[in-house]
Design a protein around this ligand. Structure first.
Ligand code: UFG
Length: 330
């Protein structure tokens, strides 16, 4: 029996494939390689290059593989891009989910672990955010993922396809040995951009907004290490395999760091100056996102190992120092 990882050549997907293989799972990957990197795919996993929106292609994969469960990462995830090009997000993300569920239903595959996001909550009414809190996205990316959650709910009601939606907060870091990591082009995320400045690949960091209602005026985010996040997917697969009900779980650390605090930590970890300047707010950014993640710990048995922001940034730094051009250096 095989775990089919959609988007398994991407940043979070590749770390999850690595963890699945290390725990003895048989793994097949579907990735269109638009943002994924085939260099990140280990020899032990079978890669099918194609698109989740292509039904015939997806059928061909489900015909070849004896799929026991699906882990679905194949989506666009850049908030500012989604503000400029929302239909791209509803097409790839939301329509992709409909297509996937149709094929899963045809082949009788009943379990899916889905990468959802804190962006489904929008601007929270209180922190830390609980799973039952209102989901009112402030950007099309979050809206596309909320729709995917809702579609899975009705696919469960109608076809009995069980899902776990993992609502990630801010993901960072890399595998401890620095062999796989984050490689986006263009890069938009805070920690890799800071480390590209540390590496001399960018002149300076721009901090988007210092007039938010937070202690230092910059946005506050909750960072989770990518290997810990990968392990949450394995917990979720086990939860579904045990016959449990569909549900959603926050995946975060329950601790918030402001953008300025992240910059300070990165200066300490790298020993570099890292020039920075204030810039206008970025459209679509909620002020503060902090997860209540007790549910994932108690129900899924998730036990994150990296609880320290310096260690998270340190693991990212190891990857960026050894792969300044990402996978292109290999
Ligand atoms: N930021 C900067 N300068 C930069 C890049 C980012 O100041 O050059 C700031 C952003 O404005 C934000 C914070 O750093 O305040 C974090 O931004 P990221 O782009 O790293 O991450 P986001 O919080 O926008 O997005 C992440 C995930 C999304 C997810 C979202 C939840 O990447 O997939 O969290 O809101 F949806």
């Amino acid at each position: 029996m095989t775990v089919l990882v959609l988007g398994g050549a991407g940043y979070i997907g590749s770390h999850t494939v690595d963890r699945l293989l290390s725990k003895g799972y048989d793994v097949a990957i579907v990735d269109n390689l638009v943002t994924g990197h085939k260099e990140s795919v280990p020899a032990a996993a079978r890669l099918y290059v194609g698109d989740v929106r292509d039904k015939e292609f997806m059928r061909s994969v489900f015909k070849k593989e004896d799929v026991e469960g699906v882990v679905h990462f194949a989506a666009f995830s850049v908030v500012p891009e989604s503000m400029k090009d929302p239909l791209k997000y509803f097409d790839n993300n939301t329509y992709g989910m409909i297509n996937l569920l149709e094929v899963m239903n045809e082949f009788g595959v009943k379990n899916i672990v889905f990468s959802s996001t804190a962006a489904t909550y929008g601007e929270p009414e209180h922190t830390p955010i609980e799973e039952g809190d209102p989901q009112v996205p402030t950007n099309p990316y979050g809206q596309s993922k909320l729709m995917m959650e809702q579609i899975m709910h009705w696919a469960d009601v109608a076809y009995g396809i069980k899902f776990v939606a993992l609502r990630y907060f801010n993901v960072a870091g890399a595998k401890a040995d620095g062999s796989i990591g984050e490689d986006h082009a263009p890069e938009t995320h805070l920690i890799p951009i800071i480390l590209q400045v540390a590496n001399g690949q960018r002149d300076k960091l721009q901090i988007f907004g210092d007039d938010y209602p937070t202690p230092d005026g910059t946005n506050v985010r909750d960072y989770v290490q990518v290997v810990d996040l990968a392990d949450a997917h394995i917990c979720a697969l086990k939860y579904l395999a045990a016959g449990n009900k569909s549900d959603a779980f926050n995946i975060g650390s329950a601790t918030g760091f402001s953008n300025l605090q992240i910059l300070k930590a990165a200066r300490k970890v790298t020993g570099k100056e890292i020039p920075a300047e204030m810039a206008p707010r970025r459209p679509g950014d909620p002020s503060t996102l902090i997860a209540a993640s007790g549910k994932a710990r108690s129900v899924l048995g998730w036990d994150p190992q990296y609880d320290d922001i310096d260690a998270i940034i340190g693991s990212a730094w190891k990857w960026h120092e050894s792969h300044p051009q990402g996978y292109a250096t290999k």
